[in-house]
Ligand binder design. Structure first.
Ligand SMILES: C[S@@+](CC[C@H](N)C(=O)[O-])C[C@H]1O[C@@H](n2cnc3c(N)ncnc32)[C@H](O)[C@@H]1O
Length: 299
């Protein structure tokens, strides 16, 4: 099983005329079934809870429920760290997990096969996928030119579409080497998303794709605090929650050499993502979602 395997069917083409929906889907309900967002721990010099409150009208309407939601979130976190394998090590399940780091380093040369529907992904039935990958690239290109750091940039597949000054950062040397080939006259560097080698507010925007949704609660908090510390704007792109998909799962990933790897992954509705980062929905597709948050000045 590899990226986005659940819910995908074999053999199929894009649905003719299908278009990803930008902005909110009418009638979409906030995902309260498994709320994850919580008030983060103090980390670095920025506390995410200081960031601007959600701007989605629907989220404002349900804002009064935040205190209750936080309590539920706390219980969810306790559940998370105690259920899977029964120990707390899962709280470092992705960004601080050595095996996951090795997995992505090994996957680098074949990573884009996921986006491009090649190799192991050629047989996947992902209606509308290719159209939406193009739309996602257009969305990235539509972001106003500013000083951007793309955290966990991977192969640079999306980073290359960023306008203006951009630095790509990833933990994997192989990913960074690949991203650098796509970023002539720009920089890709090796670094830790949870401990960024970057001064406070050195950038205007943090962009991150398909990283946030992999993080267990403690890593999520650390990442959001770091993102807020290094830039006032945060744009998070992730995998959309689709019908029939388990929102949180441990996936068994298979690479081209047949090796298997265990990866934690969440699928989010656009509203859930916006709520979690304290922002607004900026892309709402069938396969991808994105949200943007604006943070106030650092204390
Ligand atoms: C699913 S890929 C996403 C790549 C790219 N952003 C995209 O949207 O396709 C996740 C990436 O996170 C990187 N990563 C994992 N832990 C990290 C960490 N602690 N610091 C920086 N990058 C990390 C991996 O090396 C991998 O390239």
């Amino acid at each position: 099983m590899t990226e986005n395997q659940p819910g995908e069917n074999r053999r199929g083409e894009d649905r003719p005329g299908e278009k990803p929906v930008w902005g909110n889907r009418p009638g979409e309900k906030p995902a309260w079934r498994k709320p994850i967002w919580r008030r983060p721990r103090e980390s670095g010099s920025c506390v995410v809870a200081r960031c601007r409150p959600p701007t989605e009208p629907a989220l404002l309407a349900i804002g009064v429920g935040h205190r209750a939601a936080w309590l539920v979130n706390l219980l969810t976190i306790v559940d998370f760290v105690t259920t899977e394998d029964g120990d707390a090590t899962d709280d470092a399940a992705f960004a601080r997990d050595r095996a996951t780091a090795d997995y992505y380093d090994q996957r680098a040369p074949e990573y884009d096969e996921w986006y491009e529907g090649r190799g192991r992904f050629a047989e996947r039935d992902r209606p509308g996928w290719h159209t939406e990958v193009v739309q996602l690239a257009e969305f990235v290109a539509s972001l106003s030119p500013s000083k951007t750091i793309d955290i966990a940039c991977g192969s640079g597949f999306l980073t290359r579409h960023v306008r203006g000054f951009v630095v790509g950062l990833d933990q994997s040397r192989s990913m960074v080497a690949l991203a650098q080939t796509r970023l002539p006259n720009r920089t890709a560097l090796v670094g830790d998303a949870l401990n960024l080698p970057v001064a406070d507010r050195a950038f205007d925007r943090v962009l991150t794709g398909h990283f946030y949704g992999h993080l267990p609660p403690a890593e999520r908090s650390a990442f959001l605090a770091e993102a807020c510390r290094v830039a006032p704007e945060l744009v998070v792109i992730d995998s959309a929650l689709r019908p029939g998909i388990e929102p949180e799962q441990w996936q068994q990933r298979v690479l081209n050499d047949g090796s298997t790897h265990r990866v934690f992954k969440r699928y989010l509705t656009a509203r859930q993502l916006a709520e979690e980062i304290g922002g607004e929905v900026v892309f709402n597709g069938s396969w991808f979602v994105a949200a943007k948050a604006i943070h106030g000045p650092l204390p």
